[in-house]
Write a new protein. Structure first.
Length: 330
């Protein structure tokens, strides 16, 4: 009888242990600080500022300083620094690398084939051969893709609606970035379909902007379209100032350019892209593999108009355009 009682106690103890082990593992994982890398060609944000991506992670329960450590690496416009920065993150090591831009994604891809990579923003990953397909990315890379072909046509169409009579559009883009060159080609195709002529203005370094300004002053396009990347963003004040001085209507891709004085922008919601990228990070930290996570695309796009800039240029936005606008800056 005594042996039988001991046997029952052992069975109960083993059963309880089997139930408690997963709970203990889960508690241990919850308390563990996960280290991820952030690789971007841009400059560090203002001290204390929280990015939309970090806010999105916080909403998913990942709080820096509690269960998350973010190792940021900023190239500050020096694309040649990205490979070294990517290698530095791999050596730390980090569990995952979030990349912003195609050059950052390419640097991370060359640095590791095992650490998961999430593209937060980087153009067309299929066209740039970062992934095999959107549905089945394969390898260690997934992320968020922007449907550039559709957006190129919509942006030019909105520009012609905002500025009737536009027939020649100058396009400024960074020729060093393959993703931006693909975006320019999509813009070329869209312009051909709309019967517009383009004035190509490729830039590779800050000194090239003055050359582009001289070319526009000489040839006098009807409008300007700026393809957003780290180079054009870092030189945004000069572009906006030139457009204002030359009374040149300018279309941009994101709200920040319009808030700085641009005429209008049309592009994906930065908040939504951040949320989608953060969701992918969350899934990978919980055990998912990048190869099994389809590359996502934003569903919401924002039209932003600057009424003050329009008035300075003598432009009156059509009522239908104002109705479509997500935001009108006054």
């Amino acid at each position: 009888m005594r042996y039988r009682t001991v046997g029952i106690f052992l069975l109960v103890a083993l059963a309880l242990a089997s139930l408690m082990t997963p709970l203990a593992v889960e508690a241990q994982q919850a308390s563990k600080v996960r280290r991820i890398g952030l690789l971007t060609p841009g400059a560090p944000p203002p001290s204390g500022a929280s990015s939309p991506f970090e806010q999105a992670l916080r909403e998913l329960g990942w709080v820096e300083g509690q269960n998350l450590a973010i190792e940021p690496r900023y190239a500050a416009g020096r694309l040649d620094q990205l490979p070294d920065l990517a290698a530095e993150l791999v050596r730390l090591p980090v569990e995952l690398i979030v990349v912003v831009s195609f050059p950052a994604a390419l640097a991370a891809k060359h640095a590791t084939t095992t650490i998961p990579i999430v593209i937060a923003r980087g153009g067309d990953p299929v066209g740039t051969k970062l992934v095999a397909s959107l549905a089945r990315p394969g390898g260690n890379i997934t992320g968020v893709s922007i449907p550039e072909n559709e957006l190129a046509g919509k942006r030019l169409q909105l520009l012609t609606e905002a500025v009737p009579g536009v027939s020649r559009v100058a396009v400024m883009w960074n020729t060093v970035d393959l993703a931006m060159s693909l975006r320019f080609r999509a813009t070329q195709d869209a312009a051909h379909a709309l019967g517009l002529k383009l004035q190509p203005l490729g830039v590779q370094a800050p000194r090239d902007f003055n050359t582009a300004f001289v070319a526009m002053s000489r040839e006098r396009p009807d409008a300007l379209f700026v393809v957003s990347d780290v180079l054009t963003t870092l030189n945004q004040p000069h572009v906006v100032a030139f457009a204002a001085q030359s009374r040149l209507p300018a279309m941009y891709e994101f709200r920040s350019d319009v808030a700085a004085g641009g005429l209008l922008s049309y592009g994906p919601s930065v908040a939504e892209m951040s949320q989608r990228a953060a969701t992918l990070v969350d899934k990978i930290l919980k055990g998912a593999k990048p190869a099994d996570l389809p590359v996502e695309q934003p569903m919401h796009f924002e039209l932003v108009l600057n009424l003050k800039t329009a008035q300075a240029l003598g432009i009156m936005f059509p009522p239908m355009l104002l109705i479509q606008a997500h935001e009108v800056i006054r």
